[in-house]
Design a binder for this molecule. Structure first.
Ligand SMILES: Cc1cc2nc3c(=O)[nH]c(=O)nc-3n(C[C@H](O)[C@H](O)[C@H](O)COP(=O)(O)OP(=O)(O)OC[C@H]3O[C@@H](n4cnc5c(N)ncnc54)[C@H](O)[C@@H]3O)c2cc1C
Ligand SMILES: *[C@@H]1O[C@H](CO)[C@@H](O)[C@H](O)[C@H]1NC(C)=O
Ligand SMILES: *[C@@H]1O[C@H](CO)[C@@H](O)[C@H](O)[C@H]1NC(C)=O
Ligand SMILES: *[C@@H]1O[C@H](CO)[C@@H](O)[C@H](O)[C@H]1NC(C)=O
Ligand SMILES: *[C@@H]1O[C@H](CO)[C@@H](O)[C@H](O)[C@H]1NC(C)=O
Ligand SMILES: *[C@@H]1O[C@H](CO)[C@@H](O)[C@H](O)[C@H]1NC(C)=O
Ligand SMILES: *[C@@H]1O[C@H](CO)[C@@H](O)[C@H](O)[C@H]1NC(C)=O
Ligand SMILES: *[C@@H]1O[C@H](CO)[C@@H](O)[C@H](O)[C@H]1NC(C)=O
Ligand SMILES: *[C@@H]1O[C@H](CO)[C@@H](O)[C@H](O)[C@H]1NC(C)=O
Ligand SMILES: *[C@@H]1O[C@H](CO)[C@@H](O)[C@H](O)[C@H]1NC(C)=O
Length: 417
């Protein structure tokens, strides 16, 4: 009795597996047929569509999974992945998903905190934008057209190729995708001087649900406003943004300084909160808080023991030279006790590499590398503190961090541990 019941279950399971493959196969056939119907005859529709049964499917899917949390066998998989290489293929893919009635997830850099660009609880396709990544920088009018599938690193590189006195204010992790980053806001280390990425978008191209390509003029100011902060995927598929570049000095200055609780870190963090929004706008100071183990040696040989503390890392970009930074720090944050020797002057593009934690001397070409060393398993949230946290509040925070042990955000890029 037990036996036959379980073999019945097995059979049923086998049937479901077969039928889901069959369903995915027929969806694939219908989709490819539809794409062909909507594509120029020269386009081989099947060459941009990956069925689950295709031997490259898993590789293509994983290429832009940037969080191990969504790289498991139980993570829902798309029925197919479409990888268009021109805009007419994006138009066709949108129309065909709409007509077949399957949800389309749009992926650019794949850095979404919750895998929203490649995971869904209901059946879905992925529209993968990685082939659409051209960047046209025009130094004469200080703008660039950037396709959604480009990374921030590629954008910074292309600007650097043409000018040493231009940059763009956006995130510090070079593999972030333009499609998700710019539609969601985009903040980085020039935030205080230049605001968000979206403050510098002057035009865009989006394809709506009916497959029409719209620019700023034809989409209207309301939609243009929405895709600068409202998240792109709610409104259509963003093909590209036109951004206004910003001027950066030939020489910028960076520093990184670490303090533990024993080095008055609580007072410094407390003080930092009161000056960081008022100090010279050329200076951005990020604070990274992490619980760490320290070896304490109290003199006796076998008494070396490890204990936990919290380490504060101040990481900065100053849009000016070291001499001026000395006077800014002496005036508004002398408590940090920094001297000129603590500062390093470099070009803006070198500061991009420094912030992304590449070693001194690393070639700028690394910004074109889309492969990360390793993916991390993480859950992240961003919040904005409205009022300075009291010293008691900070001490409570340290206690919690020490109790929890390893936390550490963007350790992926700024700490590498
Ligand atoms: C390690 C890490 C570091 C980060 N650092 C920063 C930082 O310094 N500053 C900052 O502001 N943010 C930062 N973020 C957040 C990041 O900017 C967002 O997660 C952003 O949405 C990622 O864009 P993406 O294209 O890489 O992601 P994706 O996962 O591809 O997309 C994110 C969202 O946008 C949608 N989308 C993507 N492309 C398009 C398109 N072409 N048209 C319409 N919708 C689209 C997706 O469907 C999804 O909903 C960081 C995130 C991570 C994981
Ligand atoms: C494609 O076009 C052919 C010929 O017009 C039509 O018979 C077929 O139904 C279309 N298929 C899809 C999936 O749109
Ligand atoms: C997998 O899909 C790609 C893209 O459609 C195609 O070029 C390739 O031939 C397929 N490979 C196999 C083994 O079917
Ligand atoms: C996903 O998991 C596989 C198998 O464990 C591993 O080889 C691959 O590197 C992982 N990829 C990502 C993007 O994490
Ligand atoms: C760059 O911008 C200038 C000024 O708007 C324009 O005249 C020129 O044609 C543009 N160059 C390119 C290559 O688009
Ligand atoms: C798409 O087309 C339908 C039918 O013509 C129309 O009713 C709808 O408003 C269009 N949607 C958009 C976003 O343009
Ligand atoms: C810590 O801060 C206090 C008060 O600001 C100061 O008196 C003390 O010298 C500082 N200690 C160190 C180690 O900097
Ligand atoms: C050093 O640590 C050992 C072990 O924890 C302890 O027994 C000893 O009293 C400590 N000595 C001093 C000087 O604090
Ligand atoms: C990088 O290395 C060069 C050569 O070793 C050195 O001159 C320079 O000061 C270093 N720059 C930084 C920021 O460490
Ligand atoms: C890109 O980076 C990865 C991870 O660091 C590395 O393994 C690979 O060799 C790099 N590729 C190139 C072309 O430099």
């Amino acid at each position: 009795m037990e036996m036959s019941r379980s073999s019945f279950r097995l059979l049923l399971l086998g049937f479901l597996l077969v039928s889901s493959y069959a369903a995915s196969d027929s969806v694939y056939d219908t989709f490819v047929q539809c794409l062909s119907n909507h594509s120029a005859p020269s386009h081989q529709a099947s060459s941009i569509v990956y069925a689950q049964t295709n031997s490259s499917f898993t590789n293509v899917l994983r290429s832009y999974i940037r969080n191990e949390r969504f790289n498991t066998s139980s993570t829902p998989k798309p029925l197919i992945i479409v990888t268009p290489s021109d805009e007419s293929q994006v138009q066709a893919a949108i129309i065909c998903s709409r007509d077949i009635g399957i949800l389309l997830k749009i992926r650019s850099g794949g850095h979404d905190y919750d895998g929203l660009s490649y995971v869904s609880d209901i059946p879905f396709f992925i529209l993968d934008m990685f082939n659409l990544r051209s960047i046209n920088v025009n130094i004469t009018d200080e703008t660039a057209w950037v396709q959604a599938g480009a990374t921030l690193g590629e954008l910074y590189y292309r600007i650097w190729e043409k000018s040493s006195v231009h940059g763009f204010p956006a995130g510090v992790c070079p593999t972030l995708g333009v499609g998700g980053h710019l539609s969601g806001g985009g903040y980085g280390n020039m935030l205080r001087k230049h605001g968000l990425s979206i403050d510098h978008i002057v035009d865009a191209q989006i394809i709506n649900v009916n497959g029409s390509i719209l620019d700023r003029k034809s989409m209207g100011e309301d939609l243009f406003w929405a895709i600068r902060g409202g998240g792109g995927a709610s409104f259509g598929v963003i093909l590209s943004y036109k951004v206004k570049l910003v001027r950066v000095p030939e020489i910028v200055t960076v520093f990184r300084v670490e303090k533990t609780l024993a080095q008055n870190a609580t007072d410094l963090v407390y003080q930092w909160q009161h000056i960081t929004d008022k100090i010279d706008n050329d200076l951005f100071m990020r604070l990274l808080l992490q619980p760490i183990m320290v070896k304490s040696d109290n003199g006796s040989a076998k008494a070396q023991k490890s204990s936990k503390t919290v380490r504060e890392t101040f990481i900065s970009l100053f849009l000016g030279d070291a001499t001026r930074l000395v006077s800014v720090m002496n005036k508004d944050f002398p408590e940090l006790g920094l001297k000129k020797e603590d500062f390093m002057e470099m070009s803006w593009i070198e500061s991009v590499l420094y912030w992304a934690n590449f070693n001194n001397g690393t070639s700028v070409n690394v910004l074109l590398n889309r492969t990360l060393e390793s993916e991390k398993y993480f859950k992240a949230k961003s919040d904005h503190v409205q009022k300075p946290i009291s010293k008691d509040g900070l001490e409570g925070l340290w206690k919690k961090m020490i109790e929890l042990g390893k936390t550490g955000w963007c350790s992926i890029h700024t700490e590498g541990e």
